[in-house]
Design a protein. Structure first.
Length: 149
């Protein structure tokens, strides 16, 4: 299902954002994941949708502000879920429009909108897991939080 890869991908993007808190870190994470995926499976060109999603995730997190995305409990939950859903929905639209047969989408998912919605669902689930994971790491002081600029 389309949401499983988004779920895992968003968790890795949230962890990269939490760790680095610098513009570009999330994009680099997405690019590295794309390079590794294409090295292992060259026919997986649909993974470029994840690359674009990581760029959008990075840009939206920068626009919202890293303090709002990481350090403040309620705003960070809302902002990270919003960014996760928006970026994975765009990935679904890109994958559906550029890399998937429209007849297949219509038969299996009822069209591009539902396909993108399933990707967004993966972003929501992964975003929730990512937020919980970051909060757990902070609570246990496994990785000390850094001050963002």
């Amino acid at each position: 299902m389309p949401f499983l890869c988004d779920m895992i991908g968003v968790i890795s993007l949230i962890l990269a954002l939490w760790w680095a808190r610098k513009f570009g870190a999330v994009t680099v994470t997405g690019v590295i994941a794309t390079i590794l995926t294409l090295a292992l499976s060259p026919e997986a060109t649909h993974f470029f949708g994840f690359t674009v999603a990581s760029i959008i995730f990075d840009a939206l997190a920068r626009l919202i502000g890293y303090r709002n995305c990481i350090e403040k409990p309620t705003p960070s939950t809302i902002s990270l879920l919003s960014v996760s859903i928006a970026s994975t929905a765009v990935a679904g639209l890109i994958i559906g429009n550029l890399f998937t047969d429209p007849k297949f989408l219509a038969a299996m998912f009822g069209g591009i909108a539902l396909f993108a919605g399933l990707h967004a669902l993966g972003g929501a689930i992964g975003g929730g897991i990512g937020v919980v994971l970051v909060r757990a790491l902070e609570a246990r002081k496994v990785l000390p939080p850094r001050k963002s600029k």
